[in-house]
Design a binder for this molecule. Structure first.
Ligand SMILES: NC(=O)C1=CN([C@@H]2O[C@H](COP(=O)(O)OP(=O)(O)OC[C@H]3O[C@@H](n4cnc5c(N)ncnc54)[C@H](OP(=O)(O)O)[C@@H]3O)[C@@H](O)[C@H]2O)C=CC1
Ligand SMILES: CC(=O)[C@@H](O)[C@H](O)COP(=O)(O)O
Ligand SMILES: [Mn+2]
Length: 380
């Protein structure tokens, strides 16, 4: 029996993780955490029987305690609550399906408690990859990628020597505005950017896909996960999202993972690695698909991708600033406080303003995050 805890169980990755649990008989959910959606969290508790639940918002946690008073489930809240879920002794794998840098501290705590991490929360690796990857080695836990591209790379590397990697070909859909000009992008509204061509995901990552900041974050995520240089990660636009990523090796061979766009595959692969199990669902029909096409990304229009290479190459606290500025800006865009193009202006402005801290520890990372939010509030 596998035992898992999930941070972010009510979101897109969280609910799909629970679908994977439902499809398998030998997996048990020991703890769940959500932000504020106690209605769905209660349903999940009643169905999956964890012994511990966390709600970020203490008022909502109190409401949930009342609503499930008939069950013997401990309900905790806030960062202390997330940390309690992360280190719960019963779980062997922590699924980090939470959104944003809030995932850093629970991820580190879980690793120190000996848990393997099924990592969807890319923001943690982007900002703290220099802490997470050496720690995983030191404490002997696995970081199992859930992000579709990184799972594809992980699968393509199965049985291969990482030293033979020439480059990683990280595929991108190009988002809903592929081929658009800067002038066309100026008028984009949240409802336009929330329409991803191939994937149904949470709001923040969907906006990130539309700006290609998601791909920028993924370049940095790949660099940490697979121990390569930023320049060894090449973004290839593949609009059908059928090739989930590829690895080119020293001898010129390219190995890829393909499949229909379904996050349950990488989630299940991470939970059962190295076992590959049956997964119900649609299969690729190549004749129906007809063609798979490729393009280079337009880094002049989608400047967020170019800025990610700059942040990743400079390193230190700059990737944190890139990520924090984006999180802040995306929130404002979704609240209709700023225009679409201002998202990237905010990232660029915050990066230019920041004085880089080398090799930041967690406190310095969180300080850089705070300062970035403060700078954006004062400047815009
Ligand atoms: N969705 C996808 O297909 C993919 C997502 N990812 C990554 O996975 C992560 C999750 O994305 P996604 O599932 O789309 O996001 P969603 O917005 O759909 O879900 C986020 C989850 O995190 C919870 N949450 C938010 N804030 C807190 C908090 N302070 N404390 C506890 N829980 C909190 C939410 O709870 P509540 O519902 O109560 O607000 C929700 O359960 C992101 O890092 C994303 O980049 C990577 C690849 C693909
Ligand atoms: C499903 C997943 O992993 C997302 O990160 C997805 O890849 C977004 O697609 P694009 O960022 O390529 O549009
Ligand atoms: Mn992805």
């Amino acid at each position: 029996m596998k035992r898992i805890a999930i941070l972010g169980s009510t979101g897109s990755i969280g609910t799909q993780t629970l679908e994977v649990v439902e499809n398998n008989q030998d997996i048990q959910v020991t703890a769940l955490a959500a932000g504020s959606n106690i209605r769905l969290l209660e349903e999940q508790i009643r169905k999956f029987h964890p012994t511990l639940a966390c709600v970020w918002d203490e008022k909502k946690a109190a409401e949930l305690r009342t609503n499930i008073a008939d069950l013997s489930v401990k309900v905790v809240s806030g960062m202390d609550g997330l940390l309690e879920v992360a280190v719960q002794p019963e779980a062997e794998i922590l699924v980090t399906a939470i959104v944003g840098m809030i995932g850093i501290r629970p991820t580190i705590a879980a690793m120190k408690a000996g848990k393997d991490i099924a990592l969807a929360n890319k923001e943690t690796l982007v900002t703290a990859g220099h802490i997470i990857m050496p720690l995983a080695k030191e404490v002997g836990v696995k970081i199992l990628p859930v992000d579709s591209e990184h799972s594809a790379i992980f699968q393509s590397l199965n049985g291969e020597d990482k030293k033979a990697i020439d480059k990683i070909l990280l595929t991108a859909s190009g988002g809903p505005f592929r081929g658009w000009t800067k002038e066309q992008l100026a008028g984009v509204r949240p409802e336009d950017a929330l329409k991803h061509p191939n994937w149904t995901m949470g709001r923040k990552i969907t906006i990130d896909s539309s700006t290609m900041v998601n791909k920028g974050l993924e370049v940095m995520e790949a660099r940490w996960l697979f121990g390569v240089e930023m320049d060894q990660v090449q973004v290839v636009v593949q609009p059908q999202s059928v090739i989930h990523s590829m690895v080119q090796f020293a001898d010129g061979a390219v190995i890829a993972q393909l499949g229909t766009p379904d996050m349950k595959l990488p989630i299940q692969y991470a939970l059962y690695y190295p076992e590959r199990r049956f997964l119900p669902g649609e299969r690729l029909d190549f004749a129906k698909l007809g063609s798979i096409t490729f393009e280079n990304p337009d880094m002049e229009v989608f400047r967020g991708l170019k800025l990610a290479y700059k942040a990743g190459k400079r390193g230190g606290s700059l990737p944190t600033v890139y990520n924090a500025a984006n999180e802040c800006a995306v929130g404002k865009f979704l609240n209709r406080e700023i225009s679409y193009l201002t998202i990237i202006d905010m990232i660029e402005g915050a990066m230019e303003h920041h004085r880089v801290v080398e090799n930041p520890d967690v406190d310095a990372i969180l300080a850089a995050e705070r300062e970035t939010y403060e700078y954006i509030e004062s400047r815009w």
